[in-house]
Design a protein around this ligand. Structure first.
Ligand code: NDP
Ligand code: 2IT
Length: 388
């Protein structure tokens, strides 16, 4: 029910794709574009991503075409409660453990958890991405972005390079993009872009700690648009982006590395060509499937370091897995402990991808490595467990 007392109707979904190696696990997305097809591809990717993490998690995804943009906290709360009034039948800490994704952050997870607790009369780790003082894990908000940058550093190390001094293109300005920017700055890289669905910022001087702090308050507290960034900082320029155009100008700047961290299909073949022509040596996918297949072909043909989302952005669900472990043990690890485990997991995923790529005759091809290693783990578990 909206604040005017009108009833609004939205459609919700939960895809439970595979429980071969653990309970179904994956995020919830609230965005007007959400439909069955999008959630099925996300759940399918999640199965193999989760298999790569080394943790016991199956794959799932869910969400709704509800649009949180412009809604009041109370409208968001009432929607989350309605959504959970059905979802609670299907989930549980040993069955299916949802988390956040586009449009679902700590606020939404809180409302969803409150309703689950009321309906079930139990306090369990049924959702991850919870706030710290009631069962959340340190580093979970940062995990996807940090993990993506750790994965990028591993890829560069295979060429004897580091992120220090590298100019980076980042898209998005939500959870993943913000913490990608934060870690890039910490490691001495120079991120020069960020975006939302209306347009993008290009700041040739680099987005530094102070500018990022402004961006985080703008997006997380005021829930505003990135356009304001250019109004605040004179070195930055704002360009509106129309998704119907042939290419996205964000990807047409001279740089060393690209971190697509907004949404699926945000790099088409023309964008991929622009990236190659501009001298990009590495593409590390913070988002899920941000590059269309023809774009991936261009990266592989030009021998870029290409980290596919299911490997590069697995840090988020990995720390979700660590949150589940902490909830089961009813204790909380320190920031250092979680961050060290995240680093180890990203290193291990990187190694697994390279080893599988080598074993199956496509050395250096992280996409084949991630697909094959993830698939083999799941299929072996299915064969072990028989036809049921
Ligand atoms: P947020 O909702 O926090 O941020 C999403 C960002 O992407 C916003 O800047 C948003 O702009 C932009 N965006 C969303 N949809 C579109 C669109 N159709 N066209 C252009 N821009 C768009 O989400 P996250 O940062 O959590 O997620 C970003 C990506 O990372 C997604 O692909 C998600 O699946 C993936 N991911 C997220 C993980 C997590 O832990 N959160 C883990 C692994 C992957 P606007 O504000 O205008 O909508
Ligand atoms: O795409 C993803 O991996 C996520 N949105 C995070 C899923 C999770 O369960 O933490």
């Amino acid at each position: 029910m909206d604040d005017q007392g009108q009833i609004q109707v939205n459609r919700g979904f939960r895809i439970e794709m595979s429980s071969a190696i653990g309970p179904y696990k994956g995020g919830l997305r609230f965005h007007p574009s959400v439909n069955l097809g999008i959630l099925k591809f996300l759940a399918f990717e999640q199965v193999f991503k989760n298999a790569l993490t080394t943790l016991p998690m199956g794959g799932g995804k869910g969400g709704s075409d509800f649009n949180p943009k412009g809604k009041s906290d109370m409208e968001v709360m009432r929607f989350c409660q309605s959504f959970m009034a059905e979802l609670f039948r299907h989930i549980g800490p040993d069955t299916d453990v949802p988390a956040g994704d586009i449009g679902v952050g700590a606020r939404e997870i809180g409302y969803l958890f409150g309703m689950y607790k009321k309906l079930r009369n139990e306090f369990t780790g049924v959702l991850t991405g919870k706030s710290l003082n009631w069962g959340g894990s340190l580093i979970r908000p940062e995990a996807t972005g940090y993990g993506s940058v750790y994965f990028a550093a591993e890829m560069l190390a295979t060429k004897g390079q580091t992120l220090e001094g590298k100019t980076c293109l980042v898209s998005g300005s939500g959870n993943v993009a913000q913490h990608t920017l934060e870690k890039l700055i910490e490691l001495g890289a120079k991120p020069v872009t960020c975006s939302d669905s209306s347009g993008y910022i290009f700041d040739p001087e680099g987005i530094d700690r102070d500018k990022l702090a402004f961006l985080m308050t703008l997006k997380n507290v005021r829930r505003g648009r990135v356009k304001e960034f250019a109004e605040k900082f004179p070195t930055a320029a704002y360009t509106p982006v129309d998704p119907a155009e042939e290419f996205n100008p964000l990807w047409n700047h001279k740089a060393d590395c690209a971190f697509p961290s907004a949404t699926q299909n945000e790099i088409n073949a023309v964008d991929a060509k622009h990236l190659v022509d501009n001298g990009i040596i590495m593409v590390c996918e913070g988002a899920n499937m941000p590059t269309v297949p023809a774009g991936i072909d261009i990266f592989i043909e030009h021998r870029l370091l290409y980290g596919p989302g299911k490997a590069a952005n697995a840090g988020g669900v990995s720390v979700s897995g660590l949150e589940m472990t902490q909830n089961s043990m009813r204790l909380a690890w320190t920031r250092e402990e979680v961050d060290n485990r995240l680093r180890m997991i990203m290193k291990s995923i990187h190694h697994t991808c390279l080893a599988a790529a080598e074993q199956y005759g496509t050395p250096g091809n992280y996409m084949n490595g991630a697909n094959i290693a993830g698939f083999v783990k799941v299929v072996d578990a299915m064969l072990d467990q028989g036809v049921v």
